[in-house]
Design a protein around this ligand. Sequence first.
Ligand code: ATP
Ligand code: MG
Length: 445
Amino acid sequence: MSTTVPPADPAGDPLLAATGEQAWIEVIQKMDEVYNDLLQYEVALEEKNAALEESHQFIESVLASMSDILIVCDRNGGIEEVNPSLCHFAGKSAEQLARTPVFDLFADEVERSKARDLFARYAREGVHDCEFFLRAGDGSTVPVSMNCTPRVSQTGKLMGVVVTGRPVGELRKAYQALRQAHDDLKRTQSQLLHAEKMVSLGRLVAGVAHELNNPISFVLGNVLSLQRYAGRLGSYLEAVHGGRIDSLPALRQELRIDRILADMPQLIDGMIEGAERTRDIVDALKRFSAVDKAAPEEVDVNEVIERSVRWVTQSASGKFTVDLDLPAKMRCRGSSGQLQQVAMNLVQNACDATAGQPAAHLAISGELADGRLRVRFADNGPGIPEANLAHLFEPFFTTKPVGQGTGLGLSISYGIVERHGGSLAARNRPGGGAEFILTLPVESR
Ligand SMILES: Nc1ncnc2c1ncn2[C@@H]1O[C@H](COP(=O)(O)OP(=O)(O)OP(=O)(O)O)[C@@H](O)[C@H]1O
Ligand SMILES: [Mg+2]
C-alpha cells in the first residue's frame, strides 16, 4: 500500500513536528499490518469456500448416485431435503417437495397413520426394514422397505429423521418369476424322472419277458408232446385192458410206444430245466427288488462260475465257446445266488458282445493272492468304446436294442460285489476285446 506522508510544518516546534511524524509512521505501519491480515483472511476464506464447495458437490453426487430413496425431515415430518431418486419416484422436483409433509408420499390414509404412529413412537430408536406402500409419480402404489434414523443436533436434541427406502416391487416380481421358474423346473424334472422310470420299467419288463419266453416255450413244447404221447399211451392201455392181446405187438409198433418211452425222460428233464430257469429268473428278480435277504453262506465260486457258463452257453443261439482256467477251491462268503447273477451277467455280456465274431470266445481265468480271489473274463468281442467306459456301471446304461438289455446287469453286479467286500472293473485289452476283473475276499476259515 502506498501512502503519502504529509510534510512537517517547518514553521512549528521541531520536537512537536518530529513526534507528529512518528505518529504518522506508526499509523501507517498499523494499517499495513491490518491490510496484510485482511489479505490472509481473504485467502483462507477462499480456500475454505472451495473445500466447502467440493464437499457439497461430493455429497450431491453421492445422493444422486443412490438408487435408494432418501428424505430428510424436520421434527414435524416436513421435508427438508430429498435425493434425485425420491424426485424420480414421486415424479416431483426437490423444490415442489420441500417443506411438504413426508406423510403425503404414502399411498393412503391407512399407510399414513401407520407411518405417523411408527415414526412418532420410534423416532429416537429408529425404524428398520418396515414395509410401507408409497404413491409413485404415475399414481401406482409401490411397496417400499423403509429405514428411519433419528437426526440429532450437537447438543443431542432431536432435529428430525432421515428416511431411506428401497422399492421392493420389482424385487418381489423378480423373486416371484424366479420361484415360478423354479416350480416349473421341478415339475418338468419330476415328469422327466417319471418318464425315465416308465422307460426303464418298460425295458425291464421287455427284458424279463424275453428271458422268460425261452424256458416257457421250452416247457410248453414238451407239454404238447407229452399230451400227444398221453393219447397214444391211452389207446394202447385200452387195448391191453380190452384183452386184445394178439393185436398188441402191431399196435405197439403203430403207436410207437417204445419211442414214447425213450423220449419221456428227456422231455421231463427238459421241462424240469425250463421250470428251474423260470424259477431262477424269478429269484433274480426277487434279488433285484431286494426281497430276498439270505444270510451269508460259504460260496463255491468255481461252481457258481461253471454253472453260469453252462446256463448261458446252453441258451446261446450261435457258437460261443468258453475256456475256464480256475484254481481249485475258490471260496468266498456271501450269497451264491447273487454272485451267480454277477457271473451270469458277465458271461452273457461277453456272449452278446462276441455274437458277430466268427469264433466267439470268452476266457475265464482265476488266481488267488493276498487273501483275495481274482477272476478275469476276457472276450474277443469289439471291446468297449472309450466314451462308454465311464458309464458301464450306471443303471440303465445299455447299447442293446430295447427288449434285449435292461442296462441293469452291471450296475446291480457292481452293488452286489461291493456288498461282498470286492470290486468289479472293466477295461479294453491291448490285443482287442473287453476284460472284466472280479475281485472278492476269500473265505478265511
Ligand atoms: N463284454 C463286453 N463287451 C463290450 N461291451 C460290453 C461288454 N459287457 C458290457 N458291455 C456294455 O455295457 C453295457 C451295459 O451292460 P449291462 O450288463 O449293465 O446291461 P445290458 O447287458 O445292456 O442289459 P442287462 O444286463 O440288464 O440285460 C452293455 O449294453 C454293453 O454296451
Ligand atoms: Mg448285461
